[in-house]
Ligand binder design. Structure first.
Ligand code: ADP
Ligand code: ADP
Length: 237
């Protein structure tokens, strides 16, 4: 479970990007984050893993406040959070399998022979994940030989290879066509349900959020202005 308490961020420029945001995301819940450009969606996601330093509030994952961690502890605790990105952030010259294993290693392997030195149990686990996202027959292809939808599946498998307690997903379908976007959203929602994982998905496509999210949170000028089900969003709008 993820709990945000009074999370705030004011950038050095004076922009108050988040103002006193409090949210609880229970296990297994996939929460869509919507709002106009500049509402604070990226800032919210980045404050959770501290790619952006919050200026106030708490980020509780389990019973640990991530905001209070020092640098060394933060590195370790970040492994509990799986990240999925709009542009996939794969290492293009490495294979699909190597990309997924990098999620488990926590660093990118520099030489291709590393597979032979890697524990067979972890390789087997990576194959299981590739099977789950429907890419097992592409395991040995270079990432740059895949379509966008396939790359995002690699991104999902890589995040899962960390055995995360939370998924943070930043505009996962912004570079994909509508049909592929729906496939990716369906995969994400199924995986969160299967693994009882909480997830926050920054999603600019409101109809897509309404179709797939159990819960939608709307941000505007750094504040939560909506928090409810997709049905409630339709009625309020
Ligand atoms: P969204 O993801 O909803 O488009 P952002 O979190 O990117 O919103 O931005 C929220 C606000 O914070 C905006 O006013 C934006 O200009 C400001 N902002 C974002 N990043 C920075 C930064 N690095 N420095 C200063 N201001 C920023
Ligand atoms: P998906 O729906 O899984 O994203 P697509 O229907 O887009 O897949 O692509 C079908 C096939 O075309 C895939 O096997 C993929 O390897 C290939 N393909 C699509 N786009 C590219 C690309 N930009 N570069 C290389 N191969 C591609």
């Amino acid at each position: 479970m993820l709990i945000l308490e009074g999370l705030s961020k004011t950038y050095k420029t004076g922009d108050a990007a988040l103002r006193d945001v409090s949210l609880t995301v229970p296990k297994g819940q996939i929460m869509g984050l919507i709002g106009p450009s500049g509402a604070g969606k990226s800032t919210l996601i980045r404050c959770i893993n501290r790619l952006v330093e919050p200026t106030g509030g708490k980020v509780l994952l389990g019973d640990m406040d991530l905001v209070r961690l020092g640098k060394a502890d933060l590195r370790r605790q970040r492994r509990r959070i799986g990240m999925i990105f709009q542009e996939y952030a794969l290492v293009e010259r490495l294979t699909v399998m190597e990309n997924v294993l990098s999620g488990r290693l926590g660093y990118v392997p520099f030489w291709r022979s590393f597979l032979r030195k890697y524990p067979p149990a972890d390789i087997q686990r990576a194959y299981q994940l590739l099977d789950r996202v429907g890419l097992i027959e592409h395991a040995d292809k270079r990432a740059d030989a895949l379509s966008g939808g396939q790359r995002q599946r690699v991104g999902i498998a890589r995040a899962l290879a960390q055995d995360p307690e939370l998924l943070l997903v930043d505009e996962p379908t912004a570079s994909l066509d509508p049909k592929t976007s729906r496939q990716i959203m369906r995969l994400l929602t199924e995986i969160c349900a299967e693994r009882d994982l909480p997830a926050i998905v920054n999603i600019h496509d409101v109809p897509l959020a309404q179709q797939f999210m159990q819960r939608i949170v709307g941000l505007r000028a750094g504040r939560v202005v909506f928090d409810g089900t997709p049905d409630q969003l339709t009625h309020d709008a």
